[in-house]
Design a protein around this ligand. Structure first.
Ligand code: PGA
Length: 256
């Protein structure tokens, strides 16, 4: 049995990679490497065009299908967007919201992230809300202030009883796709800041229940440095999730 207070969670963010054929082959390869540890919750977030195909392969397995973003409205004139009911219909149980690439390249705001978190909960999806400071913000000593603003906005409308279903991913922007990571101690410190903010917003049970992931250049050879930190409950994995071997190695490490 895992000595951890919370069920560890490892989420794969495939970003804008893989058409349906390779996506299905990757997930089949991951499933062939079973048994995956039961003590770890695994979420796989393919691009939207592959959700249905990957979801069919995952059906009946404990792996949760997730989307990489969504709109907060259930329907409407929002060309190109997908809603929570559409994601549920495609088989999703989770959705990433507020990823730094969405914030940076597509103008996502703190306010929009808050609305998306609420919409996810309203439709039974687990939101994986991403927060993280950019390099210049860290160097200016603003990291904690940025994280505080992002977390408050993300969870402002969350009902107390929903907090144990909430997942926050701390992803320092300068660590994403760069091969550079935060130290385990610093990631743990920031995760502690996040947990205290959640406690202020939702009370002690919320702080105890919320799962906080680290993300940013997570690989099989550095994942343990993060997972041994008391405040870190798992990882959001980009590049290393595109290979079955490295992704499964990270999932297995989360069960140790
Ligand atoms: P990376 O991406 O693991 O490739 O750094 C992480 C993420 O953006 O979620």
């Amino acid at each position: 049995m895992s000595p951890r207070a919370r069920t560890p969670l490892v989420a794969a963010n495939w970003k804008m990679h893989l058409t349906r054929g390779p996506a299905v082959r990757l997930v089949e390869e991951i499933l062939r490497m079973r048994p995956l540890p039961e003590a770890v919750q695994v979420v796989i977030c393919p691009p939207a065009t592959a959700l249905d195909a990957v979801g069919r392969v995952l059906a009946g397995t404990p792996i949760v299908l997730g989307a990489q973003t969504m709109h907060w409205e259930p329907q409407g004139a929002f060309t190109g967007e997908l809603s929570a009911p559409m994601l549920v219909d495609a088989g999703c149980g989770a959705v990433i919201v507020g990823h730094s690439e969405r914030r940076l390249y597509f103008g996502e705001t703190d306010e929009g992230v808050g609305k998306k978190v609420q919409a996810a909960f309203a439709h039974g999806l687990t939101p994986v809300a991403c927060v993280g400071e950019r390099l210049e913000q860290r160097e200016a000593g603003e990291a904690d202030a940025i994280i505080t603003r992002q977390v408050r906005a993300a969870v402002g409308g969350v009902a107390r009883e929903a907090f144990p279903r909430l997942v926050i991913a701390y992803e320092p922007v300068w660590a994403i796709g760069t091969g550079r990571t935060a130290t385990g101690e610093e990631a743990d410190r920031v995760a502690g800041v996040i947990r205290r903010l959640i406690g202020t917003a939702g009370g002690p049970a919320a702080a105890d229940g919320v799962r906080i992931l680290y993300g940013g250049s997570v690989k099989p050879d550095n994942i343990r440095e993060f997972l041994r930190q008391p405040e870190i409950d798992g990882a959001l994995v980009g590049g290393a999730s595109l290979h079955a071997g490295s992704f499964v190695a990270i999932v297995r490490a989360a069960a140790e």
